[in-house]
Design a protein around this ligand. Structure first.
Ligand code: FES
Length: 265
């Protein structure tokens, strides 16, 4: 069930580079949120107009009502958001969308993320059974966030960076190939992925070629966030004459099964 709340900022601090952590007192949304869902936040610059942006939910603490998002300053709106002080307020709608399914016990959860997409898998990692393997890749280590927090959860974290300054020099999909090979003798792992669409497509190909499915969180521009504008349609496999249908990322996703996703070439 989604809620609209005027949330009070409790923390809004830089994490390094262009990344920020925003903690909000949003008890109704924090209590209802599931891993992989998002909130739609009205940017403070545009209070006189309804301009909202989607932000993945990074973490929640239902007991205190805390909801955390991690964002990157990429333009005028998020730069104003970065200046929102503790005690300020933000209008939120959420939780929105279909998130990740709960990892079943007995199967190794493998979380694959590109860039600061790793922050959007934190709540999933928090609720996943142990052991839990996190494979994070980025251009450079400065684009990988919350690594100590993932390790503090008891997750095994493996890194890939294109410049080789942390972990494996190369792509996160290289790590996934190794992880899938290492898990080949056991029950099939549960693979969850979040990051840029080319990475998600590569992850999908890798797992499907091995007879495994994955849940992938598609990265798509959104306007309304609630299914009204159709700005976020993607193709999903369907049992009709075309073999596919249009669905809306904001209400039917953002998380989809890799086996259901149709990639336009
Ligand atoms: Fe408007 Fe999805 S963003 S329908």
């Amino acid at each position: 069930m989604k809620h609209q709340e005027t949330a009070t900022v409790t923390v809004n601090r830089p994490l390094g580079g262009s990344y920020y952590r925003l903690d909000l007192a949003a008890p109704a949304i924090a209590s209802a949120a599931q891993p992989g869902q998002f909130v739609h936040l009205r940017l403070p610059l545009f209070q006189h107009r309804v301009l909202r942006r989607p932000f993945s939910i990074c973490d929640t603490d239902p007991a205190s009502g805390r909801l955390t998002v991690v964002y990157k300053t990429v333009g005028e709106g998020t730069e104003h958001l970065a200046r929102l002080p503790a005690g300020g307020t933000a209008d939120l709608i959420g939780p929105l969308g279909v998130g990740f399914s709960a990892p079943p016990t007995g199967r190794l959860p493998i979380l694959v993320a590109g860039g600061y997409g790793c922050a959007a898998t934190y709540l999933l990692a928090k609720h996943a059974p142990r052991p839990c393997l996190c494979l994070f890749g980025a251009r450079t280590v400065g684009d990988l966030l919350l690594l100590d927090e993932f390790r503090a959860l008891g997750c095994e974290v493996r890194l890939a960076t294109e410049d080789g300054l942390a972990g494996h020099r190369g792509l996160v999909t290289d790590l996934l190939v190794d992880a899938l090979a290492g898990a080949a003798d056991g029950p099939p792992p549960m693979v969850y992925a979040c990051g840029p669409n080319p990475m998600l497509r590569a992850v999908s190909r890798l797992v499907l070629a091995r007879g495994i499915d994955a849940e992938i969180s598609l990265d798509h521009a959104m306007c309304c966030g609630v299914g009204a504008c159709f700005a976020c349609v993607v193709k999903r496999r369907a049992a009709n004459d075309d073999g596919w249908e249009y669905v809306r990322t904001c209400v039917d996703g953002p998380v989809f099964r890799a086996s259901d996703t149709v990639w336009d070439t």
